[in-house]
Design a protein around this ligand. Sequence first.
Ligand code: ADP
Length: 459
Amino acid sequence: MQIKLFSAIISILTGATLGWIFSIFENHLVVNGFDSAAKLIPTAAGAILLFFIYICYIYATQNREAEKNIEYQYTLLNTISKTAPVGICLIRDKSFIHVNDYFCDMIGYTREELIEKPTSIIYPTEQDFQFGLAVRQNQMRINGTGSIEAVIKCKNGTQKDVIINSTPLDKDDWSKGITFTLLDISKRKKAENELKQSYIELEKRKDAYKEAHRLEQLANVERSNFQDNMCHEIRTPLNGILGMLQILQLKISDKEDLEYIDYTMASCKRLANLLQEILEYSRLQEGRVCILHKPFCLPDIFEETRLLFELSLRQKGLDFHMDILEGIPDVLIGDHHKLQQILNNLVGNAVKFTNQGSIRIEAWPVSKNIYPEKCRILFSVSDTGIGIADDKLEYIFKAYSQADSSNTRSYDGAGLGLTIVKRLLDTIEGNIYIESKLGAGTEIIFCIEFKVPTPGIDY
Ligand code: ADP
């Protein structure tokens, strides 16, 4: 503005100067004298003329700039309309006035087929059109713009899901036209519907799975009950047979007959052990276990296991070593029954599968200093027995599985011992790890956390 004012003053001054020079020149030639009054008119005329030329120049420049601006705005809008990945149209009097290429491609009509046609042709029904119109108008009245999700009908009869945004060119006079942008959300809708469908499927499968799980649990309970009943039914006559055999053992003096009785008694004991294992497994499977929190001394537990296997160890000529490393408190609190069961099972296997050499049980503390009120203990049961092949190791903890499952195998057992050990450890949150080499021996390591008694508290 200041520049324009400055330019106007300059043009006036220049005009005036030119007029003044002209008047001097003219006076000198025509009148041959110097008259100051005669200079005023050409000076003023010069000033007015140049000012007028300046105004015309400014006006012309401004017009050119406005034109350029309009051209630029038009090119910009045109480019946006052509390249935007949305349908754009201008509606006036419920008819199409302008549509972009994307919109035509979207619904399959040509521009000529749409211009000046009623907008209702892109709606599946008149009712859809009226409903969309009412909602949009209401939104525009409140917010100035409208946005709705709608279904539109293409020329070929197919339908598309779109989001329609509408804005009037002049919010006070809708008759000037309303711009529409249509975003095709058919793919998103399809994906949403598929997702919904898969969710429903998933829910159905979940229900089916729950039902299958319920039925399985029911079947497990029935099977366990049946197992329990059968075991008890078999155990009663078995104990009768064992009793009778013990009486016969006292009465018979013939060496050969006594050998037969010993053999029969050994078979009966094996059968009784097997029944015991089945009962234990069935109890664990059903979760019928309670966890003890009682004080105990670890050396007593180790000694109990040694006593249990003393005879078999002697009969097989095996050495037995026990080692409790420093750092384990004299008294621990936990489920010593389960620990005893685990040790007995593992040492039982070690004795069964070792024909020469030795068996070792060890215990050493871990992380005692981190939590002084707790003590994690690693136990190891190792032997110099027949070992287990690598490919059998992963199945060894499955119920009824054995490394040698042939009919001609030379070791008895039902394949339940390690399963029971694993389940017992699960109930007291312990871990187990097995390392074995065929022909070189086996080491089974397990870890259990015990509490350390606090002085002054009775347990
Ligand atoms: P089983 O009553 O058959 O011993 P387990 O579950 O206790 O059942 O053991 C499963 C199988 O793992 C055994 O049949 C045996 O093949 C193998 N196994 C377990 N412990 C040992 C071991 N200490 N040495 C060699 N093999 C073992």
